[in-house]
Design a protein around this ligand. Structure first.
Ligand code: SF4
Ligand code: SF4
Length: 82
């Protein structure tokens, strides 16, 4: 198998140290369910107050933030030491 280029190896190393969190601004969420339907990891669901929340590990694809019709989801990126 061909070795990954230096640039790709650098990118992979960088990604290993990233964590993501998709957080709902509950005052903006209108409970439409769009993010729950489209999250590829199925980690969005309605919380007790009827607002959508993230319940599992987010990998930062950003589909929910881009598709939420109310701009109610913020995606945070953290640096972590592994
Ligand atoms: S797409 Fe936005 S408004 Fe709709 S449920 Fe998700 S967070 Fe709430
Ligand atoms: S950023 Fe992607 S993986 Fe994370 S909660 Fe949103 S849709 Fe799911």
């Amino acid at each position: 198998m061909k070795a990954a280029s230096i640039a790709l190896q650098k990118k992979i190393e960088e990604l290993k140290h990233r964590a993501f969190k998709a957080e709902t601004v509950s005052s903006k969420c209108k409970s439409c369910g769009t993010c729950i339907r489209i999250c590829p990891l199925k980690i969005r669901e309605f919380g007790d107050d009827g607002k959508a929340i993230t319940t599992g590990q987010c990998y930062g694809c950003s589909i929910c933030t881009r598709k939420c019709p109310n701009n109610a989801i913020n995606l945070y990126i953290y640096h972590i030491d592994r």
